[in-house]
Design a protein around this ligand. Structure first.
Ligand SMILES: CCCCCCCCC/C=C/C(=O)SCCNC(=O)CCNC(=O)[C@H](O)C(C)(C)COP(=O)(O)OP(=O)(O)OC[C@H]1O[C@@H](n2cnc3c(N)ncnc32)[C@H](O)[C@@H]1OP(=O)(O)O
Ligand SMILES: NC(=O)C1=CN([C@@H]2O[C@H](COP(=O)(O)OP(=O)(O)OC[C@H]3O[C@@H](n4cnc5c(N)ncnc54)[C@H](OP(=O)(O)O)[C@@H]3O)[C@@H](O)[C@H]2O)C=CC1
Length: 305
């Protein structure tokens, strides 16, 4: 079994300019754990007021307390504008009414929503053959429909009239996602949706981009897979060109750049943060039977296993 690791960024410090996001209001969905927690911490340490929201408010409250301790420490060390992490109401992004309630809460309380990171999401390991329609829909509704709900509510309630920057987290699905057909399809949908939104919302000065992580060793994420998660360590890790996974901070760094004015001419893009994995075959499934794909024409014996 995989051992849990503490991903709290203790000695980490953002490479970006202190106070970069002073006065800005951000929403990070799923910001109470893993990658979202790193993004929220970095945005807060750069001066933003960061709302984190997911289904489990207790988890978010504990995480926010720890993040604020880090931000206070980091900012007092460097004399920068102090941001903070606050917790929004319990929200399942699958539920449009809950999403609208969250966005209205943010606008009422903080009077703005400049930056949005759609990080909430997930999936389970299951072959397409065994996956029920309900299971497929649960993952598509969470990742694709949920991301759409949040984007649209943020646009309608604030960004249409004030501009903004949106980053959607997807997943390394370039070669398909054996045993995760639901998530591969949903993330491809998010990437195409983001291109569409980047064009429809250009006139409102809203940029929409995606960050596509490779594999990130987050405690919560890997626990979710149980024994199937061991496959990532035993088979995928040695096959990766970089021979290591990503840190949550490496994903956050790309997200922060895309959110910042330094990416003012970047919209409709997908930034892969995967150590080159997208261009390297990763054995997500074993295909051991050598008798498939009937031969058309003549194949020399030595050209087949
Ligand atoms: C670069 C190269 C990179 C290539 C490699 C890329 C590797 C990617 C690594 C990615 C890592 C991460 O994303 S890490 C992040 C992981 N974190 C998460 O996944 C946490 C978030 N997860 C969730 O919220 C949920 O688990 C979620 C997946 C959305 C399911 O939502 P729900 O809880 O509502 O679902 P449920 O109500 O429990 O179930 C709904 C249906 O789904 C079915 N279902 C649920 N779990 C199931 C399971 N394990 N196996 C089969 N079926 C399952 C149920 O049976 C139900 O159908 P029936 O009962 O049959 O009707
Ligand atoms: N770790 C990895 O290797 C990779 C991860 N990703 C993606 O990055 C994102 C973050 O993953 P990671 O940090 O690893 O894992 P986590 O499980 O820590 O993060 C997932 C977050 O999403 C929230 N969430 C899940 N479902 C919902 C929902 N219906 N409504 C609101 N919030 C929800 C969870 O909070 P709560 O349970 O409280 O609702 C949780 O905070 C996910 O989209 C993941 O799929 C992409 C590529 C690789």
């Amino acid at each position: 079994m995989i051992m849990a690791v503490d991903t709290t960024p203790t000695r980490w410090q953002s490479v970006y300019r202190p106070s970069l996001f002073a006065g800005k209001v951000a929403l990070v969905t799923g910001g109470g754990s893993g990658i979202g927690r790193s993004i929220a911490t970095e945005l807060g340490s750069l001066g933003a007021t960061v709302v984190i929201a997911s289904r489990d408010v207790d988890k978010c409250n504990i995480a926010a307390k720890e993040m604020n301790q880090y931000i206070q420490q980091n900012c007092s060390d460097h004399g920068c504008s102090v941001g903070k992490v606050v917790v929004g109401p319990s929200t399942s992004i699958r539920d449009e009414d809950q999403v609208n309630n969250l966005i209205e809460h943010i606008i009422d309380t903080y009077k703005a929503l400049h930056l949005l990171v759609n990080n909430a999401g997930g999936q389970f390991v299951c072959s397409a053959e065994e996956l029920s329609s309900k299971g497929f829909q649960a993952v598509v509704n969470t990742n694709l429909t949920g991301t759409f709900h949040v984007c649209r509510a943020a646009f309608e309630n604030y960004m249409r009239d004030n501009g903004g920057s949106i980053v959607n987290i997807t997943l390394g699905n370039r070669n398909g996602m054996p045993n995760m057909v639901h998530s591969g399809a949903a993330r491809a949908g998010i990437e195409n949706m983001s291109i569409t939104l980047s064009q429809e919302w250009m006139e409102s000065d809203v940029r929409v981009n995606c960050v596509r992580p490779g594999i990130v060793f987050t405690e919560s994420g890997f626990e979710n897979y149980g024994p199937a998660g061991d496959m990532f360590l035993e088979k995928i890790l040695p096959a990766m060109p970089a021979k290591r996974f990503a840190t949550p901070e490496e994903i956050s760094s790309a997200v922060v750049w895309l959110l910042s004015e330094g990416a003012s001419y970047v919209t409709g893009s997908v930034v892969s943060v995967d150590g080159g994995s997208a261009f390297h075959f990763l054995p997500l499934i074993d295909i051991e039977d050598t008798s498939h794909l009937p031969v058309y024409g003549t194949l020399p014996r030595k050209a087949k296993l």
